[in-house]
Design a protein around this ligand. Structure first.
Ligand code: 6CS
Ligand code: FE
Length: 306
């Protein structure tokens, strides 16, 4: 019998396993299948990300920032509800499941351009696997270690294939001073197995500081060399970044006085719904990993809109 739950990307291993080539396509659709043109699809396929500077205008950004403030002003919420503080501080680092907490962000994740671009890249209908606001407060906002999101979603959430795309909408300027996202172009074409078993309830610490599921330095060095350097897309609020689920990325602390915030949706193919976790004893809570509602998302403003 064919084992349909075969682990194509083993990680959290006892010993170091060399990186190997990705087994899944990066782009599933063609230029005629959605709003992204040939050149944009080519760049996404080559680099593992695509930056669209100033996609949303000032009014839209104000609207999103107001909603971010509203969501963050409920101090009663804690980790059980998907609100994560910075390590060693009470400042808010991330708020998860924002598309379920907020009509504004629910609407935004179904924005016709964003949604159809995600469908085009993944070649199928999609749903939201995870959503979050990363707030990154001034002075207090700590960084994120190098990681592939897919490595975590595969081992801890049971996402079988690399067929998900993240979309980050930046709500503050991204500068060299406030800890912008850094990516290693081309790293999405390799899977880097990471050493170390997943601790029980790893998410309770990993969302503040990720220690498990971090690639070894030798491999990172090789990939950065191959890429010809690290890139950090900078830009104005309203800029949009699409990035592949397996591209290696991280960020530094925010040493500036002002926050560096973004809202972030992970679109997953409906053909890639989570199974049993491949490298953890039980799945993570639904605010981190949607498992029950994997129905296709409908564009905002259509008859299926709620
Ligand atoms: O846990 C998650 O789903 C995401 N957050 C972190 C800090 N690392 C993996 C992934 O990006
Ligand atoms: Fe990440």
């Amino acid at each position: 019998m064919v084992d349909t739950n075969r682990d194509l990307y083993p990680s959290r291993t006892l010993h170091r396993v060399p990186m190997f080539d990705r087994l899944d396509p990066v782009v599933h659709g063609g230029a005629g299948d959605g709003p992204l043109d040939r050149e944009q699809l080519h760049r996404y396929e080559r680099d593992g990300f695509l930056f669209l500077p100033s996609f949303f205008g000032a009014d839209a950004v104000e609207h999103f920032r107001g909603e971010l403030q509203r969501l963050m002003s409920n101090p009663a919420l804690g980790m059980e509800d998907g609100v994560i503080t910075e390590p060693g501080s009470q400042e808010i680092r991330s708020v998860f499941a924002v598309h379920k907490r907020s009509r504004v962000f629910n609407h935004l994740c179904r924005h016709p351009f964003l949604l159809t671009a995600a469908r085009q890249i993944l070649g199928s209908d999609v749903y939201v696997h995870q959503s979050r606001i990363n707030y990154k407060p001034g002075f207090e906002g700590k960084g994120f270690n190098w990681h592939s999101d897919f490595e975590t979603w595969h081992t801890e959430d049971g996402m079988p294939y690399m067929r998900a795309v993240s979309c980050s909408i930046i709500l503050t300027p991204n500068t060299e001073f406030n800890g912008p996202l850094m990516l290693i172009p081309g790293s999405h074409r390799h899977f880097v197995p990471c050493v170390g078993e997943t601790p029980e309830d790893n998410y309770r610490t990993s969302l503040q500081k990720q220690d498990t599921g971090v690639p070894d330095r030798e491999t990172l060095t090789k990939l950065v060399r191959q890429a010809g350097g690290i890139q950090a897309p900078k830009g104005e609020p309203g800029s949009v970044l699409f990035f592949d689920c397996n591209v290696l990325h991280g960020s530094n602390a925010n040493m500036s006085p002002v926050p560096r915030s973004n809202v972030f949706f992970v679109y997953n193919s409906v053909a890639n719904a989570p199974r049993r976790p491949y490298g953890a004893s039980k799945p993570r809570p639904s605010f981190l990993s949607e498992r029950s509602d994997v129905r296709p998302l409908a564009e905002a403003g259509t008859s299926e809109d709620r």
